[in-house]
Write a protein that binds this ligand. Structure first.
Ligand code: S3P
Length: 436
């Protein structure tokens, strides 16, 4: 396949139209994983065919699961039950996907065979101690590079006992890894977290028949309950919709309708934040899809103003801070983001990356140890920026380009395939005829 490495985004006069964003990345990963661990057949509709989810799909194929690709966004998975996976004959490559590596660690730690997880140059730099430590406390035998803190991870599975784990961070990947290990062994495993992180694992595991209870401050699973194959419909990804929410707000004369977007309260922080900034976002047609709330989002251009963001809002919008910093640059006044140190260990250090990228276009943005401070309202110039190989940085800078004084060239953009195949085509489509 021919890969385009650089994209140039030109300022536009207005965004109009109605469209759907691709399936939710977090939910797509979990649908593949839980369907593989269930007894019987599952059918998944609306799956995200991003590279991250394909890494999960290939991982389960290498564990002996039969997966039939019916259409671009539809899979049939013949589950093998909790005890039916096979030892993989090769290293499992998780690509750029932290969710694949951390959730697979929990699954494989309880499986009675040997496996190795690796990933691309970015994933191999990210912290894995956060899953190795609680799993090791349950009796798992996991070895990693750099003092047992980084991938590749070698897992000699089996021999686990249940645990009560108090996670120091609000991380759905950590919570899920421990629950997935606990789900496969006798007894109750409980995870407590400082703020509620996304709860897709809890919702979908219950949907597949697991004995799992959520309570304020955490979740508990009773192990060895067999999952049963289901029909899953994946909602549109609010983290992908976020780029167009911000675009619709900052580009004058815009009105767009984003259809079938997941609005799970553990993910909808972006809506709350943009509304607090004065953004016009209306939720219509609210309903439920496979245990997840969804809605259509109507967005109209708005004059935004700066706000202070911290506390429980951080995990509820954790992937959206690159594009929130773009919104802040277009807002009147000061926006401060605190309590967001986790941004430093995402696909790249997103605090450093956004300060460099927006700074290069003339924004007044300063890094804080656990966030950023942005003085908005300065018209962004055009220029050239790097994505740092991070899909969300690349797409955020594309949105900044739509509202800048002149064109923005973004380097190294192949990474958008990770979570949003078709992003550039959609951007071209909604900008057509509207360039200024
Ligand atoms: C994810 C959880 C979040 C998020 C990531 C996807 C998931 O990571 O940033 O993009 O699917 O569980 P953390 O658990 O590290 O916060």
């Amino acid at each position: 396949m021919h890969k385009v490495e650089t994209r140039t985004v030109v300022p536009i006069k207005g965004l109009r139209g109605e469209f759907v964003v691709p399936g939710d990345k977090s939910i797509s990963h979990r649908a593949i994983m839980f369907a593989s661990l269930a007894e019987g057949k599952s059918r998944i509709h609306g799956l995200l065919r991003g590279e991250d989810c394909l890494s999960t799909l290939k991982a389960f194929q290498s564990l002996g699961v039969e997966i039939i690709e019916k259409a671009d966004d539809e899979l049939i998975i013949q589950g093998r039950g909790l005890a039916g996976l096979q030892e993989p004959s090769d290293v499992i490559d998780c690509g750029n996907s932290g969710t694949t590596m951390r959730l697979m660690s929990g699954i494989l730690a309880a499986q009675p065979f040997f496996s190795i997880l690796t990933g691309d140059q970015y994933l191999r730099k990210r912290p894995m101690g956060r899953v190795i430590n609680p799993l090791t406390a349950m009796g798992a035998k996991i070895l990693g590079r750099d003092g047992n803190s980084k991938a590749p991870l070698a897992i000699d599975g089996g021999g686990l006992t249940p645990a009560e784990y108090h996670s120091p961070i609000a991380s759905a990947q950590v919570k899920s890894a421990v629950l997935l290990a606990g789900m496969q062994i006798d007894g109750a495993t409980t995870v407590y977290e400082p703020h509620l992180s996304r709860d897709h694992s809890e919702r979908m595991l219950r949907f597949f028949g697991a004995d799992l209870e959520s309570f304020s401050g955490g979740a508990r699973v009773n192990g060895r309950v067999q999952l049963t194959g289901r029909e899953v419909e994946v909602p549109g990804d609010i983290s992908s919709a976020a780029f167009f929410l911000v675009a619709g707000l900052i580009v004058p004369n815009s009105e767009i309708l984003l259809k079938n977007v997941g609005i799970n309260p553990t993910r909808s922080g972006i809506i709350d934040i943009l509304q607090q900034m004065g953004g016009s976002i209306e939720l219509t047609n609210q309903r439920e899809l496979s245990g997840e709330p969804i809605a259509d989002l109507l967005v109209k251009s708005s004059q935004l103003h700066g706000i202070e963001i911290g506390g429980e809002l951080i995990p509820r919008a954790i992937d959206e801070f690159p594009v929130i910093s773009v919104a802040a640059a277009f807002a009147e006044g000061v926006t401060t983001i605190r309590d967001a140190k986790e941004l430093r260990v995402k696909e790249t250090d997103r605090i450093a990356a956004m300060c460099e990228c927006l700074g290069a276009l003339g924004a007044d943005i300063e890094p804080l140890e656990d966030g950023m401070r942005i003085v908005g309202g300065i018209r962004l110039s055009g220029g050239q920026v790097n994505s740092f190989g991070d899909h969300r940085i690349a797409m955020s800078m594309a949105i900044a380009g739509l509202g800048s004084a002149s064109e923005v060239e973004i380097l190294d953009v192949d990474c958008t395939e990770t979570s949003f195949p078709g992003f550039w085509e959609l951007l071209t489509q909604i900008s057509r005829g509207n360039t200024s």
